[in-house]
Structure formats: structure tokens, C-alpha cells
Write a protein that binds this ligand. Structure first.
Ligand SMILES: Cc1cc2nc3c(=O)[nH]c(=O)nc-3n(C[C@H](O)[C@H](O)[C@H](O)COP(=O)(O)O)c2cc1C
Length: 165
């Protein structure tokens, strides 16, 4: 079973979760940024797991990314805007026949969500859902991840692999 865990991540929290999910899925899974997840990397893929942070209550828009690029406020480190937004990646995702799952990183009490928009994008490209989306929690605006979230991500990866078997 070939799997790719695709992420958008400005401060690294979503990337860490993506790598833990890939570990949980097993040796045939790899975590890749939206820049790396291009045509060849996705050819013949059985499972795409895609995730992004919740920014301003939803899947990051180009406008939000641009405002962060201009002013990243009190961020402890510069944002990584070198890879495309999950939105842009989903719009360019070539048709496929595999299965899919979506995740988001967020503060636990926030309204809104990114999982719905990611799931719809994956479905539009032909990837049918294998599991309900998963939220992973950070403790502050820029992270870090709450204790135990990487373990939860590995466990979810294992559950996805089982659901695909
Ligand atoms: C500008 C900005 C807006 C944010 N808006 C929200 C929000 O609306 N809801 C939420 O739960 N978290 C929000 N967060 C927290 C991020 O979702 C969280 O830090 C996420 O894990 C960042 O992922 P990354 O490190 O992969 O970029 C926001 C963070 C920033 C910097």
C-alpha cells in the first residue's frame, strides 16, 4: 500500500504530525510538503492523507498567507511559505482513484475548521474517504503541539493502514 501524507505547514507543527502519521502507516508511507507532492510522487498512490493548519478559522487562504508574509507578528520564527497552500495544491491535484483522509492542526477551542475543505478537494479529484478527519491540537498560536499529539498521530496512521488492508 503506497501512501503519501501531504502537508502545508508554516511553523512546523503540521509537518511533525504528518511525519508521525506516515510512521504509523508504515514503511511505504512518506510525508511530503505540497511542493514535493507533484504528479510523479502521486502516481499509483493508494492513500493520500492531507493536512493543514487552521488559520483565521479555516483552511489558509492566499490572502491570509500574504498578510502573514508581510507581517508575521510575534512569531518565534519566520513562517515557511516556500511551499504552496493546501488550497492551491488541491486545485491542481490530478484525478486519482485512491482513498483519502484529512487532518488539521489547531487550538482546541477555536471555531471553524479545515478538514471539510480538504476532504472536499480530495473527493473532487476522485479520492474517496477512508476515515473521518482528525484534529491535532497545539497549545499556543504558533505551537507547540500538546503533549501526546505525536502518539495520537502515529496511532491514527496505524488505524488508517488497517482500514486500507
Ligand atoms: C495568524 C494565525 C491565525 C491562526 N488562526 C487560528 C484559528 O482560527 N483557529 C485555530 O484553532 N488556530 C489558529 N491558529 C493556530 C494554528 O492553527 C496552529 O499554530 C497550527 O498548528 C500552525 O501550524 P503550522 O505550525 O504547521 O504552521 C492561528 C495561528 C496563526 C499564526
Amino acid at each position: 500500500m503506497k501512501a503519501r501524507v501531504v502537508y502545508e505547514s508554516l511553523w512546523g507543527n503540521t509537518a511533525k504530525i504528518a511525519r508521525a502519521i506516515a510512521e504509523g502507516i508504515g514503511p511505504e508511507a512518506r510525508a511530503v510538503s505540497t511542493a514535493e507532492a507533484t504528479g510523479d510522487v502521486l502516481a499509483g498512490i493508494d492513500l493520500i492523507v492531507a493536512g493543514a493548519p487552521l488559520l483565521a478559522f479555516g483552511l489558509p487562504t492566499e490572502a491570509i498567507r500574504e498578510s502573514i508574509r508581510k507581517d508575521s507578528g510575534s512569531a518565534p520564527s519566520p513562517p515557511d511559505l516556500s511551499h504552496p497552500s493546501m488550497r492551491a495544491w488541491l486545485e491542481g491535484l490530478p484525478p486519482g482513484e485512491g482513498r483519502a483522509a484529512a487532518f488539521e492542526t489547531r487550538i482546541w477551542w477555536s471555531p471553524g475548521g479545515a478538514i471539510g475543505a480538504i476532504s472536499r478537494g480530495l473527493k473532487r479529484a476522485g479520492y474517496s474517504p477512508v476515515a473521518k478527519g482528525r484534529r491535532f491540537i497545539v497549545t499556543g498560536k504558533y505551537g507547540p503541539l500538546r503533549d501526546g499529539e505525536l502518539d495520537r498521530a502515529r496511532q491514527w496512521g496505524r488505524a488508517l493502514a488497517q482500514a486500507m488492508a
